[in-house]
Every structure is written in structure tokens, then in C-alpha cells.
Design a binder for this molecule. Structure first.
Ligand code: ATP
Ligand code: ZN
Length: 210
């Protein structure tokens, strides 16, 4: 039986569950339970926090997972990705206070930047020869400039309205993300075969949606 980890509650949960259902697989929704077994496919579903999914799949606690590429790459396991799923699209952007002068990423030299994505942002800045002071915070990143914690932020943006509401303007796109299917790299032949069946169904669902 395959074990698939999906987000318990949040921006990925509904689309993840819908995709599995549209693959013709029946299972109970996440209630107060951490896991459930599908009734018509050899699949067990684990409901987890999205941040825990890459590590669980890397370690083989789960065979498969559905998670945002942003979380996958930040966790340091980009090679677990099997395929993009086309939902939960968003971008990771740098933003500065609306009135701040900004011409290019070089202006961030020596600047304090608040983010929940120190690895992705650190790689982006290093590639461009910029040394900034990254302050890792786990939530409410966009209020950091107004409370004096940082002069810039790097956070997930989908519409930009949260940035506007906090007096910030987006200046660079650091990373583009969507939900991806990930898999442990040492699946046995039986599990690999089940993964192929599942991927075949997922691809059919996506073709039918277009
Ligand atoms: P958890 O409780 O599981 O840790 P979370 O609060 O970290 O959840 P969510 O806000 O539910 O995470 O976002 C999950 C993923 O959805 C993000 O990592 C990202 O890939 C994607 N996403 C899409 N649009 C947005 C958005 N506007 N804001 C944040 N994340 C988004
Ligand atoms: Zn999370």
C-alpha cells in the first residue's frame, strides 16, 4: 500500500483532496484523524502540516506527498519532485516600503530582510553577489518593516493585496511555485508500479480539466 502525505488544513488541502477524488479514489476527509485508508485503491492518506511533508517523504515515513515547490525547495529536497500539479500557484517576492528608493537587487546589499524562506532567498541573493542580513521569522513577515524589524521582506504573494495593505511594493520575483507531487527515491517495485498508476490517473484528470 502507498502512503501519501497531504496538507491537513490550508491552501493546498482542498485541491489535493479533489485531485485524488477525481482520480476515482474514495476516502474520508481529514476530520480529527491523522490518517485514512482509501476504499478502492491501495492508498493510505496522512494529513500533516505542509512543512513536515518533504522530510517525511525524504525519510520514507510517507512514500508520496503533495506540497508547494516553495516548501520543498526550502526544505532542501528539490530532487523529490515527480511532477507539477498546476494548482496553488504563487510566487515568492521581495518587497520594500512603498516610499523606499529601489533600483535593483544590488540595493539590498547589507539590508535587513525578514523572510520565512532563508534558503531560497539566500541562494537568490548569493547568485547575484548580494550580502544581506536575513531574519528568519515564521509568520506575519509583511509587518516586519512597519515594526522596525527589517527594511525589506521576502514572502509568498498571490494577489499582492496583503503587500499593499502593509504599505509595501513588490520589487523582485525570487521564485515561482505550484503544488507538486513528490516521491521517496527508494520505492520498491510494487510501490513504483502504484505510483505510475496514480500518475497516469492524475495526468488524465488534468487533461480532462483543460
Ligand atoms: P500548515 O498549517 O500546513 O503549516 P501554512 O500556513 O504553512 O500551513 P498555507 O498558507 O496553507 O500554509 O499555504 C500552503 C501553500 O500554498 C504555500 O506553501 C504555497 O505553496 C501555496 N500558496 C498559494 N497561494 C498562496 C498565498 N496567497 N499565500 C500563501 N501560500 C500560498
Ligand atoms: Zn506550513
Amino acid at each position: 500500500m502507498l502512503r501519501l502525505a497531504i496538507q491537513k488544513s490550508g491552501r493546498l488541502s482542498e485541491d489535493s483532496q479533489n485531485l485524488i477524488r477525481e482520480c476515482g479514489i474514495s476516502f474520508l476527509a481529514a476530520s480529527n484523524k491523522l490518517k485514512t485508508e482509501a476504499t478502492n485503491f491501495p492508498l493510505e492518506i496522512l494529513y500533516l502540516r505542509d512543512d513536515d511533508i518533504p522530510g517525511y517523504v525524504q525519510d520514507g515515513v510517507a512514500d508520496l506527498g503533495i506540497v508547494g515547490q516553495n516548501v520543498l525547495v526550502e526544505a532542501g529536497f528539490p530532487s523529490l519532485e515527480v511532477e507539477g500539479l498546476g494548482f496553488s500557484k504563487c510566487r515568492l517576492s521581495l518587497a520594500v516600503p512603498r516610499a523606499a528608493a529601489y533600483d535593483s537587487v544590488q540595493d539590498l546589499q547589507g539590508v535587513n530582510i525578514a523572510t520565512s524562506y532563508p534558503r531560497i532567498l539566500g541562494d537568490y541573493l548569493t547568485e547575484r553577489g548580494v550580502k544581506a542580513n536575513l531574519h528568519t521569522i515564521s509568520g506575519s513577515v509583511e509587518i516586519a518593516p512597519s515594526i522596525g524589524l527589517a527594511e525589506a521582506i521576502c514572502d509568498i504573494v498571490s494577489s499582492g493585496s496583503t503587500l499593499l495593505g502593509n504599505g509595501l511594493r513588490e520589487v523582485e520575483t525570487v521564485f515561482r511555485s505550484e503544488a507538486v507531487l513528490i516521491a521517496n527515491q527508494n520505492l520498491n517495485p510494487e510501490k513504483k508500479e502504484l505510483l505510475e498508476q496514480l500518475q497516469f490517473r492524475m495526468q488524465a484528470v488534468r487533461r480532462a480539466r483543460r
